[in-house]
Ligand binder design. Sequence first.
Ligand SMILES: NC(=O)C1=CN([C@@H]2O[C@H](COP(=O)(O)OP(=O)(O)OC[C@H]3O[C@@H](n4cnc5c(N)ncnc54)[C@H](OP(=O)(O)O)[C@@H]3O)[C@@H](O)[C@H]2O)C=CC1
Ligand SMILES: CC(C)(CO)C(=O)C(=O)O
Length: 300
Amino acid sequence: MRFGIIGGGSIGLLLAYILKENGTNVEIMTRTAQQAKVLRKEGLHVVSIEGEKKSYDVGAIPLENADWNVYDGVFITVKSYDLSQLSSYVAKASKKLPIIFTQNGLSHFTFAQQFPDHFLIAMTIEHGAIRKSLHTVEHKGEGSIRIASFTKKGIPDSVKQLGISFQEEKNPWEMLLRKVTLNACINLVTALLKMPNGALLENASANRLMKQLYEELEAVFPEIKRLLTFTEVEALCEKTSRNTSSMLQDVMANRPTEVDAIAGELVRLAKEKGKSLPTLQTLVLLLEAEQMEKGVTTND
Ligand SMILES: NC(=O)C1=CN([C@@H]2O[C@H](COP(=O)(O)OP(=O)(O)OC[C@H]3O[C@@H](n4cnc5c(N)ncnc54)[C@H](OP(=O)(O)O)[C@@H]3O)[C@@H](O)[C@H]2O)C=CC1
Ligand SMILES: CC(C)(CO)C(=O)C(=O)O
């Protein structure tokens, strides 16, 4: 089997590693020709959770030159705010091709609704990963991977046979609500306090702030009680304790963050119910103010 991965960032390279470990042929579709060249020449370098260094031959091609007809499935691992750039590619893809979205947040739920006849699937990844160079990724923690189809087509055998250990979910909305709650609790606090995920267990005030966020969300979206306990939020901080959350990675690299896809969407949904999320909204403003001072605009 041959799978394409759009985006050679932290999660794109981590997925390439997981797929290669399971014997799948992988081609990474990059934004730049330079990254594709480096990946083809140097291979994919991985530092595993245990600190072991590994390398793999991978295919790599700039996205604009790729032919999606050669793949059994395509993973989309770009940030939420870059999804709109891919609309024309998804529109042209075969309706039989499984396309799997790995974004945090909720905006890909709306993106997927533009393509009701395509074979679109959501995947939530509770792993930590940090790209260290154009062809090197460090695996920083391992939690569960969940998958749910956006359509009635279900999960195809080609994806089930990838050898990735994942939990299949029936309801994509609930699966994404669970993950966005985890990210609202972990990513915003770590991004503001410049802490690795594990520090949220050690710093009592940061831990209280994270709990306050969880309780505020649970009060507005009661189904969260059924989908995720606060103990599970803390367990993910433990499993990814050495990871720098993807939002903190963005802040440190002076890139836009996914604050709108994560917190903005939750605030809007709360408003539709006539409710508000004051703690979350305050953290959003603090983060946006910090980004503005650095001249980084959110392009969500
Ligand atoms: N990092 C983590 O630990 C986790 C991240 N996630 C989620 O996974 C998603 C990806 O995150 P992450 O990998 O950290 O993000 P990164 O910013 O590390 O990677 C995103 C990649 O997408 C590439 N890209 C952007 N636009 C295009 C395009 N038009 N064509 C091809 N490639 C493109 C970027 O290219 P370039 O480098 O050239 O700019 C970049 O390499 C996010 O939604 C995040 O929330 C989920 C779980 C854990
Ligand atoms: C799983 C977790 C919390 C890992 O840091 C993540 O989703 C992220 O950083 O975006």
